[in-house]
Design a binder for this molecule. Sequence first.
Ligand code: 13P
Length: 251
Amino acid sequence: MRRKVIAGNWKMNNDLKETQNLISKLTSGLSMDNLNCDVIVCPAFTSLSEAHTLLKDTKIKLGAQNMYFETSGAFTGEISDSMLKSVGCEYVIIGHSERRTIFGETDELINNKIKKANLSALKPIFCVGELLEEREAGITEKVIEKQIRSGLMDISSEEMSNIIIAYEPVWAIGTGKTASPEQADEVHKFIRSLIYDKYGASISENVIIQYGGSVNNKNAKELLSKKDIDGALVGGASLKSDAFIEIILAA
Ligand code: 13P
């Protein structure tokens, strides 16, 4: 039985004060002793250190939204794995579609980032997903297969057991248009079969595959009831404490 993982990707929202407020509403609204799923929040870089302090005695884990694969040096504007570890991050989102489409991240870059995150024991939340035109052209599986195979190139079985995969169809992100639970489950099954081919039964049965794309407090329960949907990567709805708490409780 896979334990569900609910993550909030706060994207480029919330300054320090707003982050403090949101965390305080989440921690006071959730009963930590009865949490039946893992919860991760991914605030902006500028709030990570403070978020770590505020989350210290809670069960909510901390993640970052991106990192670079070099250790240090002349990479203006970038953040390294060790910097994220030093402010208490346990997770890092890698390959989000906004990084791919707006900032031109390639499968090769994403693969390098996943490798580097693994080296410092940060758990990658590795995002894949097809564009609307790719779904309409009937090539969803082809696109997902390429992203998975390239992103996980040279990743060992041991490393794979630390990786969460997030299936986020790009057409469902921030659009209010969710993949139906059946559509999502179908792709999740396909992703699990790719993991089975490469890593075998045990790893594929245990890998967490989250769904992301317009998840909210109304649709979470049905999506999360699907056999191969092991959690959610939530954008917009994770910025509202009430909605995010409802999603967590649905899991
Ligand atoms: P929305 O939940 O706002 O659609 O965003 C999904 C997402 O991109 C999470 O990473």
